[in-house]
Design a protein around this ligand. Structure first.
Ligand code: UDX
Length: 453
């Protein structure tokens, strides 16, 4: 919405939310999320044509276009538990629009939703019998965290799906005209509603599939002394394959990939397409395997026990340049190590302690009640040198650039020996570390012994 406000000074954009605290934060100098470039953008337009408000009904009433951008997390209970999207918030938002609207509205699905959700919204809106004309559009968001502002400024495409009758096409054109203020027309794709809804799930499934594919090969590389980065480079030069999204890692995280694939799996199963469902589910299973494989390798390498050992995790965010921890691979690795009774110390330049503990609560069900020793066994350090001091190993979980330039001689001197490095992102200079004295293990790389024999 900030980007729309920036490029469309003639349009008034108001972001509404139930949470008073959130809106207060958005109206302050301390925004509730970290995203490079967002602060500057908001400062330039807030109070001019971008507003943040708790007055939901009033703003529904006054708006011509309403973007519904509520969260649609994976269901944790009932039918479809663990796979389906929880659409409660979406339905509530639609009911509220139906109740309040008095003039024609274009309702835009911005939240990621299962295909056919627009039909549900249509029924909810029509059930109000208000006589108000509603048009429903699907406009999924493809931005990635950490590069959100760049992605929004110059998107690879904007996708708009809508009804194919005259009124639907007119609504599509209205939204096209908004984006056309800064996005070249050729990059604005228009489709029917269902293609647009489905494309978002499919885009994320394909991206995640590439990571699981290269991660599966990383396991084979470790057995054969092939180097996964060399393999990725060799195959990525083929333009049919392409070089992006082939970075082997400790596993993908984030709020979208796993959630959207599981949603796709659920959809396929509900249409009795079990082979298709199994195919996509294997992408998530491979990701689980990669995380498990990494932590098992750590334990095995450190003489089959990490009990009582201090372990420094460098990075907890699911990727660099964000403080977001949702579905981060680091939480699964830490969980496994804690179950092996290690003392885990996390250093991340952006992640807040409260978010780290929340991640354990939500994705792993781990709370101070179920694990009373949690705060003693799992702590954080602002200073990377303090985190590594006395540790038996460093495990890189996030590809933060700042990890590359640390003084590893100083770190080595302060660690227990032998000192191990497990590079879950293949970002460090392994030869240099080996020369210092570290035993280094990386994803899909030849054996740790110097010379790679
Ligand atoms: C993703 C999609 O990229 C975006 O288009 C969609 O709108 C939302 O989901 P995001 O989750 O923000 O965006 O991050 P992304 O950059 O896609 O990375 C997801 C995960 O995959 C991260 O954990 C990242 O570290 C990992 N990853 C990515 C790899 O392990 N290897 C790669 O080569 C690329």
């Amino acid at each position: 919405m900030a980007m729309i406000a920036k490029h469309c000074p003639h349009i008034k954009v108001t972001v509404v939310d139930l949470s008073v605290r959130r809106i207060k934060q958005w109206n302050s100098d301390d925004l509730p999320i970290f995203e490079p470039g967002l602060d500057e953008c908001i400062q330039a337009v807030r109070g001019k044509n971008l507003f943040f408000s708790n007055e939901i009904d009033k703003n529904i009433d006054e708006s011509d276009i309403i973007f519904v951008a509520v969260n649609t997390p994976t269901k944790v209970y009932g039918m479809g538990k663990g796979f389906a999207s929880n659409l409660t918030n979406l339905e509530k938002a639609a009911r509220n629009i139906a109740k309040v609207a008095k003039t024609p509205k274009i309702v835009v699905e911005k939240s990621t939703v299962p295909v056919k959700t627009a039909a549900t919204i249509r029924r909810v809106l029509d059930a109000a019998n208000s006589g108000v004309q509603f048009q429903i559009l699907s406009n999924p968001e493809f931005l990635a965290e950490g590069t959100a502002m760049k992605d929004l400024e110059a998107p690879s495409r904007v996708l708009i799906g809508g009804g194919q009758d005259a009124a639907g096409l007119k609504a599509i054109q209205t939204l096209v005209d908004v984006y056309a203020n800064w996005v070249p027309r050729a990059r604005i794709i228009t489709t029917n509603l269902w293609s647009s809804e489905l494309s978002k799930l499919v885009a994320n499934a394909f991206l995640a599939q590439r990571i699981s594919s290269i991660n599966s090969i990383s396991a084979l590389c470790e057995k054969t002394n092939a180097d996964v980065d060399e393999v990725a480079n060799a195959i990525g030069t083929d333009p049919r394959i392409g070089s992006k999204f082939l970075r082997a890692s400790v596993g993908f995280g984030g709020s979208c990939f796993q959630k959207d694939i599981l949603n796709l799996v659920y959809l396929c199963r509900s249409y009795n397409l079990h082979e298709v469902a199994d195919y996509w589910e294997s992408v998530v299973k491979m990701n689980d395997y990669q995380k498990k494989r990494f932590s098992l390798r750590m334990v095995r390498t450190m003489f089959n026990t990490v009990t009582g050992k201090r372990i420094a995790l460098f990075g907890f965010a699911f990727k660099k340049n964000t403080g977001d921890t949702r579905e981060t691979a680091a939480a699964y690795i830490a969980d496994h190590l804690l179950k092996e009774r290690a003392n885990v110390v996390v250093h991340d330049p952006k992640v807040l302690d409260e978010d780290m503990y929340l991640e354990f609560k939500y994705t792993l069900g781990m709370t101070p009640e179920s694990f009373p020793d949690m705060k003693r066994c799992l702590s954080s350090e602002r200073d990377p040198y303090a985190a590594a001091k006395g540790a038996h190993c460093i495990a890189v979980m996030t590809e933060w650039d700042c990890f590359k330039t640390l003084d590893y001689e100083k770190i080595f001197a302060s660690m227990a020996k032998p000192a191990f490095v497990f590079d879950g992102r293949n970002i460090l200079d392994h030869e240099k570390l080996r020369k210092i004295g570290f035993e280094v293990y990386a994803i899909g790389k030849p054996a740790a012994i110097s010379g790679g024999c």
